[in-house]
Design a protein around this ligand. Sequence first.
Ligand code: PLP
Length: 427
Amino acid sequence: MADYKMSTKCVQAGYTPGNGEPRQIPIIQSTTFKYDTSEDMGKLFDLEEEGYFYSRLQNPTNDMVAAKIAALEGGSAAMLTSSGQAANFMALFNICECGSHIVASSSIYGGTFNLIAVTMAKMGITVTFVSPDCTENELNAAFQDNTRAVFGETIANPALTVLDIEKFAKAAHAHGVPLIVDNTFPTPVNCRPIEWGADIVTHSTTKYMDGHGAALGGVIVDSGKFDWMAHADKFPGLCTPDDSYHGITYAERFGMEGAFITKCTAQLMRDFGCMQSPQNAFILNLGLESLHVRMPRHVENGQAVAEFLEKHPKVTKVNYSGLKSDPYYEVAQKYLPNGGCGVVSFELEGGRPAAEVFMKHLKLAAIETHVADARTCCLNPATSTHRQMTEEQLIAAGVPAGLIRISCGLEDKEDLIADLSQALEAI
Ligand SMILES: *Cc1c(COP(=O)(O)O)cnc(C)c1O
């Protein structure tokens, strides 16, 4: 599959049926797997042979879908998780422990910000947040002796900033640690962070990958390119024997290509159990089969809506990296030459009261907290997700009261623009 183009991989990677086998990936709806002898099963427990014994750790359906996503991102190995939150937590915790430090872009998904800044802090893992627009010097200054990972989002949800992946990868590698990039919004169809130096890629597959608002999920993809052993003092979990696995040293036994995902599966998935159900993996795979067809349409609709809003007198500002006026236009041209995603945000003149009227008059665009699926949806953070905040707090958080986020679905762009237009007229 490695030689095929993106579209072909979206449709066919991860599973090639043999003679007389099902054309569609089978849903292995089984918690457990049968063996003839205890010795056979023992070899699996010792990681001496590959195979399945319990679906809390690994399931064949999930592995087929993970293999497809690894092929799409150009990685060496991948694993599915129950959600995007689980993917980001496990990707970080696979190399961080009490006493570790993370350098993270401040412009990331609120859930991930909370995970790193609040919940992981309770585990003794500290963080320094940097602006995605910081200079190389400012970025380098954020590192400490105990820094173990750098984290950012290709296109941040909801700020829509675009990460200069090469700048972050260079700084991470200069300090002997990997760069983890959450690539949820562009998907590998529009950006492959590994090609720009990222070492680990994560996704909330809940968004465009599923694309139909049907199945929660996440994925971790390893590039296989980070040399753990060259920085063995920083990564004892990968480079020294694991007592809970009969003294296996993952980086020695599975090499650069397999160590990260094998440890994350055998150790963290075993202990945390945030597994994606095989049913959800099957639904996710249906979404992936059309990802390369859907993403250009999301971009086309996002671009058309952004251009319409930019010209509208009641709109004071539009954030969309496909607009020439956007501060991230240049960096997006480099990393997202075919466009980014269908999510646009904009500010209404008249703040909170204007936003309330606008939202009330929408007919086609639904009010939802979700983003990135086939149906267009809108959110006014000030009156929903951020409603406890004062006007001043909202401005400080970068979500002024009149800010609207719209996730452009796969409908006809003229219908979307007509809906926005009539709701704007009502203000
Ligand atoms: C939604 C989202 C997440 C969290 O994913 P869930 O599947 O909801 O757990 C993480 N990162 C980004 C960029 C997201 O948009």
